[in-house]
Design a protein. Structure first.
Length: 238
């Protein structure tokens, strides 16, 4: 059995290193959030609105602090996302002395792959899935009601769609893990396809943030598409 490549460290030294890793991660989040704030300023909200919604749709703030609070959350979200490589690296360096060599190799393979897949999911949702869903849902009210959206709820919907897509794009990693661990074969997963589709549809209906069939269908279609790609490429991910 491979031996741990570490040395005994007193509790105080562990805590000091943990504090250092946390401070570096928080500093990265702070610096990148500040950079986003300085680069885009208050325009970041208007850019999101113009990207996801038709020009005629009004977005309103329902209380005096809603705009500032939502702007802060948006800036912080992008800051955390951009700082994820630093956060992941610092977490790995803190845990590395207690890991076996095979565990280190596994993490080095899985974590970057997971981050890349999450980024692809966010980009797919940002440029394709979310704009189509948002614009369709808004147009659904035409002729019956004038769309006036709450800023905080609108941004929450966008965040849900982006993060959900990032998580959905982890499916190839899950499939690859099942195949490499010999818990399931590609042939078995293909035979189970119809049950997987039903599960995806049920999950989409449960998690979708609106009661119309549009968003659940879009999420389910994305899940199915990624699952099918996973069956093709899963052998090469791990």
């Amino acid at each position: 059995m491979a031996e741990l490549q570490d040395r005994e460290m007193p509790l105080e030294e562990h805590l000091a290193e943990l504090r250092q890793r946390l401070l570096i991660s928080l500093a990265a989040v702070g610096v990148l959030s500040l950079a986003i704030a300085l680069l885009f300023g208050r325009r970041i909200i208007s850019l999101l609105i113009s990207h996801f919604l038709p020009a005629e749709v009004k977005v309103i703030a329902l209380n005096p602090v809603e705009y500032a609070y939502t702007w802060f959350l948006v800036v912080l979200f992008f800051g955390i996302y951009l700082a994820l490589p630093v956060i992941i690296y610092e977490a790995f360096r803190f845990a590395e002395p207690g890991l076996y060599p095979n565990e280190r190799r596994f993490i080095i393979k899985v974590v970057p792959t997971s981050f890349i897949l999450f980024t692809l999911g966010v980009l797919f949702s940002f440029f394709l899935l979310t704009p189509l869903s948002a614009k369709f849902l808004v147009s659904y009210a035409e002729g019956s009601a004038e769309p006036m959206l709450s800023l905080h709820r609108f941004v929450s919907f966008i965040a849900f769609m982006l993060i959900s897509a990032g998580i959905i794009f982890q499916i190839p990693l899950v499939v690859a893990f099942l195949v490499k661990s010999e818990l399931a074969s590609i042939e078995q997963l293909r035979r189970w396809r119809k049950y997987v589709y039903i599960a995806f549809l049920a999950l989409s209906v449960t998690l979708a943030p609106d009661p119309t069939p549009v968003t659940p269908f879009a999420i389910a279609a994305t899940l199915i598409f990624i699952f099918e790609l996973s069956l093709i490429f899963s052998r090469y991910l791990l």
